[in-house]
Write a protein that binds this ligand. Sequence first.
Ligand code: NAP
Length: 257
Amino acid sequence: MSSQGRPPLDRIFLTGASSGIGRGLALALARPGRAFGLVARRAPLLEDLARELEARGCRALVMPADVRDTDRMVEIAGTFLDEVGGIDLVIANAGIGEGRRNAPIDPRRVAEVLAVNVIGVANSVSPFVTPMRNQGSGTLVAVGSVAGFRALPGSVSYSASKACVATLMDGLRMELHGTGVHAMTLCPGFIRTPLTDKNEFSMPFLMDCDRACRAMVEAIERRKDTYVLPWQMRVGSALLRHGPEWFVRRATARRGA
Ligand SMILES: NC(=O)c1ccc[n+]([C@@H]2O[C@H](COP(=O)([O-])OP(=O)(O)OC[C@H]3O[C@@H](n4cnc5c(N)ncnc54)[C@H](OP(=O)(O)O)[C@@H]3O)[C@@H](O)[C@H]2O)c1
């Protein structure tokens, strides 16, 4: 911890860095001297981001990978640890939406959403748990969603995946209690990114990506357990969690389920 009680964030491994929130988080975390491991499948976009980070005095390792591939994730985590000498922050951000409208549930799509959004998170954080425990410090972050608080008609496998992510990180935090390693979940509402650009339904309290990423970095520095944003969604998520089903059905009626 620093003298202000903030955890060190100098060595950062970030998935889904090629676009949207991942790219925004990298730029919001950029400080001279920091080292980034940038993970996603689209290497050219990672290389563009690496150049931007290097221009800000950071070191950036471009690590193309599919987060579903456990062996590849172990390999690049090892490369990162060897090259950088340790790890302060892992952000498991890579994720996909459901893309199902007015269609029956498709088991293959459910498997794909769970593979990226859940197994991808496990693959991203697990290689770093032992090194962090040995160091006695580190922060593990997963990007969940307010959609994980309640099944949303039209996005049931996405909601299930994000509920699973939050449960996984809550459990990990309890398992790691007392080791100096923290696990937390960021739960955005609607943030303007290529993922939400595809949405045809209305998105209440849609937030600018850069602003959202600055707020999420602040939450990481403060080691929150669960951080919901924007603030209107904190209120909304309580209604989502505890409201009756008729309320949820009505609130999501325009999603096309
Ligand atoms: N935007 C929102 O309103 C919102 C709200 C709540 C939660 N979230 C969550 O925030 C995270 C980021 O979403 P976003 O809005 O920034 O979407 P985005 O712009 O579509 O970015 C998704 C990122 O995930 C990466 N990715 C997807 N599948 C991958 C795979 N199999 N292996 C490696 N990387 C993969 C993509 O990179 P490649 O395609 O290059 O692999 C991309 O960098 C997701 O977990 C999403 O569920 C977003």
